[in-house]
Design a protein around this ligand. Structure first.
Ligand code: NAP
Length: 295
């Protein structure tokens, strides 16, 4: 394997995503000569030490970033503003600060004001995940064949962007660079709205009378099951995603509700052609996903 890209990598937060990065380095090498991580609770810190996936685990983010030439924020996006304020003054000259947050405009808004001159900020988002969280949920192949999107600012040093691109390629990802606003709109439709629908439909089913609720669980294999898998995702992470991609999410939700109304009208009036056309479209989208190996 090539020389490690960084001397010391600090992972602020080590749940599903952070621990997967740490495992890539343990199992394949090439990312960093040393990894220091932080977690909020003693329980997670003890578990990470037990797993032996990093070189050092700290409670204090300031201690973790000291001497690091790369720092990646891997906590829920709602924590980024306070974290950036806390670690900003302690970042090393020439270091890269990055993140894995699921929203990008809010991250740029919250983090940029706290970055000192001489530190390169390269926001990122690996489009890889599961409904599980915590350091036990991670695995080294999580990013294989998945896209990672980088959303640098126009003034970001291209060499720093290229280093992070190489970092993610070594994690197994395909890397693309895009504008943060574009990222947020695309993710609102492909990820944030589907999660909103899944959380909502589970609530709707749960609100039904006791007897029907039991029937829902018993016959869940008919389609409901797939929604419950998505709805099992981490509440803090998703609360923060919804609150930090508010405009794009509300826009996509409004469009979805219009289309759902149109479908309801077709059902009411027995418009079989309309219904069939929409189902055919769904099938075509699924087929394209399989062809692109993103299913
Ligand atoms: P996770 O498994 O729940 O881990 C979160 C980590 O952050 C844990 O180490 C946790 O420490 C720490 N943390 C949580 N709340 C904190 C707070 N208020 N202050 C300080 N530390 C805190 O989360 P994840 O799935 O890895 O997600 C991390 C980031 O990746 C999020 O920004 C998310 O948007 C993004 N992301 C997630 C996915 C996905 O599918 N899960 C995919 C792509 C990107 P404790 O364990 O001690 O609480």
């Amino acid at each position: 394997m090539a020389e490690p890209l960084f001397r010391r990598l600090a992972l602020i937060g080590i749940g599903l995503i952070g621990s997967s990065i740490a495992r890539v380095n343990r199992e394949r090498g090439g990312l960093a000569a040393e990894i220091v991580a932080t977690a909020r609770t003693e329980k997670t810190r003890a578990r990470v030490a037990e797993l032996g996936i990093v070189d050092r685990i700290e409670a204090d983010p300031v201690a973790a970033v000291a001497g690091a030439d790369c720092v990646i924020l891997c906590t829920p996006v709602g924590t980024f503003r306070a974290l950036a304020e806390q670690i900003g003054p302690h970042l090393s000259q020439g270091a890269i600060l990055s993140d894995v947050g699921s929203t990008k405009q809010s991250v740029i808004r919250d983090v940029t004001p706290h970055i000192p001159q001489g530190v390169h900020f390269v926001p990122g988002h690996p489009l890889a995940g599961t409904e599980y969280s915590g350091p036990d949920a991670g695995f080294a192949s999580l990013f294989d064949g998945r896209f990672t999107l980088l959303t640098p600012l126009p003034e970001t040093d291209p060499a720093a962007v290229e280093r992070m691109a190489e970092f993610w390629r070594r994690c197994g990802s395909m890397v693309e660079v895009m504008d943060a606003g574009h990222h947020d709109r695309v993710l609102a439709i492909v990820s944030h709205l589907p999660h909103l629908i899944a959380f909502t439909i589970c609530g709707t089913a749960d609100d039904l009378a006791d007897e029907s609720r039991q029937q829902v669980l018993k016959y869940a294999a008919s389609g409901f099951r797939d929604f419950t898998r998505i709805a099992a995702s981490d509440p803090e992470m998703w609360r923060d995603v919804f609150l930090n991609n508010r405009e794009a999410l509300l826009e996509m939700l409004a469009r979805f509700m219009e289309d759902a109304q149109a479908m309801a009208r077709a059902v009411r009036w027995g418009d079989a052609a309309y219904i069939e056309d929409k189902i055919q479209r769904g099938r075509r989208i699924r087929k394209s996903l399989i062809e692109l190996k993103q299913a």
